[in-house]
Ligand binder design. Sequence first.
Ligand code: GYE
Length: 340
Amino acid sequence: MKRKWTFAALLAMISLCAALTGCAFRPQSVVRQADTEHEPGSSQIMVGYSQIGSESAWRTANTQSFQETFSPENGYFFLFDNARQKQENQIKAIRSFISQQVDYIVFSPVTEDGWDTVLGEAKDAGIPVIVSDRSVDVEDESLYTAWVGGDMTAEGVRAGKWLEQDLEKSGRADADINLVVLQGTARSSAQVGRSKGFEEVAKQHPNWHILARQDAEFTTARGKEVMEHYLKSFDRIDVLISQNDDMTFGAMEAMDEAGVTYGKDGQVTVISFDSVKKALEMVQNGKINADIECSPLLGPYVDRLIKKLEKGEIVPRSNPVDEKVFTQENVARYLPDRRY
Ligand code: GYE
């Protein structure tokens, strides 16, 4: 339900109330969040945003992007909820946005599956849903209006293609290559897509041996633990595929402690995903060989979609954002502008 009362209508109500009762009119607040109020006289667009959690540097930048973009100055009343990695918390948050009759629901789904029921409730309430970052796998596509984010499968393919070229350059195109994978949160579209894309390329190389793939939950602590386990389990690891930078940082600690060298002049080739500033610095100093970009700065994209919907325009259902691959050859050009 929209609460975009015209100023004239509001003024008329105030005068009527004052005339009838002699009292000062104070509209009742619809929603309270901290010490702010969204009032019926307001023309602000009310957006409820359910964030997955705060597992990574990427996620922090993503949250910041939304908080900066969805400001009162930009015409929004913004409700933010951090689900702390739990789907049930996201479902609760979405239900609370529905009961508060927000104008739009935006969310980044922790996993791909399990959204049909709650998104059906949002649809029944007539609230458009925009999926941001990770994607959902739902039976009925009309349960959400649009998705915006990185194409995770394409990112996985880029990682595979980069490795292909690198092995060719170093004359190892036909050598036996041992790989290990640190996977992100199980059943998240980031994990599913990056795995699928990389394995499409890996399948074409019978000499690439994926020794292990394990869930390290997109965190530095788990990345370190799982890499320690890999280093103990396998005599020779040639390539580490780490599905985000935070796990890469943890894996590096594990390799440092085990005395295993990595990066451009090391034993283990490191391919990472996200491309946060700290990781790009490591690309520059040769500790990470290639970093596959995924942009967390999605707030402005969602803002543009909402502004178009407000004008009654039709928006594309799928909105992938542009992404790069960073290596020592090109990183210097981009590093100075990296904000996160
Ligand atoms: O790679 C990771 C994070 O969904 C693309 O989630 C995102 C991933 C990102 O926490 O760092």
